[in-house]
Design a protein around this ligand. Structure first.
Ligand code: ADP
Length: 356
């Protein structure tokens, strides 16, 4: 797959970190090296490009990282890069260091940066690295599975002590505005209630259900809440549940513990396959794409399409966002987003039905 044009590529991790980013870096470096292409590891996301902070990585430099959380290249949020002057510095750095293309690992902000660079002549391929799974074009993002397993492990521990003391625990989980972590960990931990922004959450109904279950001798109660509701919601919910059910209720915010730890098999596998695909696309002369997994197939999707589809799924689409797309493409986006919503709704409803 090697194209003579590519002598050296760069790789960076940007935005929020996620377990599996290291496995992705390893895969990118080794795939490139196998194809006779050098890899520059760029430190601190786009900041490393703006400030020329990087070093060449060979196959051995990425040894023994597949099993480590965090990112060996570190990550940052670089505001300067969003300004034209910062972007120009980043482009100059790429030219000075003879970087012919980039693999950028991160979330939607990172992909917008990749788009800006591609438009100015530095071909980029994005890899979805975020625990939140909030990139609609892909079924799974790197880090999501590990984060969910962390939540399950911690909630199982809370459940033990809830059972001993006949308590409730309201647990706030990450996911930014997306309820994926909450919904799936809620199902997996047998939560009696799951509060996410995507579907209505009826507090009164949950309280009634808890009172009935308490009468039926249920002792442990777990409620999973998405962080999307803001900082006070979960704590207030815990107080209200305690007041109205008479069940002692504690509140726990799992916070950044969800972002660390040893990546699961699933995340290592996804990161390795996606890293390979990113380099394959780049060396095949493709750019401005994000690597996705859709119905178990790893594929490349145009970033513009992916970001527009994402807005549509999140209900943030404006008429001017879709002017560049054909009627057929728009119809496909609408149909796919409906399938995605239905799948999520189905999990939500099943979790609700079996938590009795
Ligand atoms: P994530 O990639 O996880 O969504 P951010 O939104 O913080 O995280 O984006 C990561 C970095 O990508 C930012 O610090 C910035 O350097 C770059 N970036 C974000 N948004 C844009 C944008 N609209 N245009 C260009 N670059 C962006």
């Amino acid at each position: 797959m090697a194209d003579k044009k590519f002598r050296r590529i760069g790789v960076l991790t940007s935005g929020g970190d996620a377990p599996g980013m290291n496995a992705a870096i390893r895969s990118v470096v080794r795939t490139a090296v196998q194809n006779g292409v050098e890899v520059m590891g760029i430190f601190g996301g786009y900041r490393g490009l703006v400030e020329n902070d990087m070093k060449l990585l060979d196959a051995r430099d990425v040894a023994n990282i597949i099993n480590h959380g965090g990112t060996m290249l570190f990550t940052d949020r670089c505001l300067e890069f969003k300004e034209e002057s910062g972007l120009q510095k980043a482009i100059k750095t790429c030219r000075d260091n003879k970087i012919d293309g980039l693999v950028t690992i991160g979330g939607d902000g990172t992909f917008r940066g990749a788009q800006d660079l591609t438009r100015r002549g530095i071909p980029c391929i994005g890899l979805p690295g975020t625990i939140d799974n909030d990139i609609s074009a892909t079924d799974y993002t790197i880090g999501y599975d590990t984060a969910m397993n962390t939540v399950v492990e911690l909630v199982d521990k809370l459940r033990d002590t809830c059972e001993s003391h006949a308590r409730c625990n309201v647990v706030e989980v990450m996911g930014r505005n997306a309820g994926y972590i909450a919904i799936n960990t809620g199902l997996a931990t047998g939560a009696v209630g799951i509060a996410i922004e995507e579907f209505p959450f009826d507090i009164d109904e949950t309280i009634e259900k808890m009172i009935a279950l308490k009468k039926a001798k249920k002792r442990n109660f777990i409620i999973i809440v998405s962080e999307a509701f803001g900082p006070d919601f979960s704590e207030n919910l815990a107080k209200r549940i305690q007041d109205e059910t008479g069940i002692e209720t504690k509140f726990a915010r799992l916070a950044h513990v969800q972002r660390g730890g040893t990546p699961t098999l699933r995340d290592r596998e996804l990161a390795s396959l996606m890293g390979y695909k990113a380099v394959e696309l780049l060396l095949d002369g493709k750019s401005n794409m994000v690597v996705c997994i859709h119905d178990e197939v790893i594929c490349g999707i145009d970033i513009e399409y992916a970001l527009t589809y994402d807005k549509l799924c999140k209900g943030k689409i404006k008429p001017e966002d879709i002017t560049g797309f054909s009627d057929e493409q728009i119809a496909k986006m609408v149909a796919d987003s409906e399938i995605k919503r239905q799948r999520m709704l189905s999990v939500y409803e099943i979790a609700e039905k079996i938590s009795i």
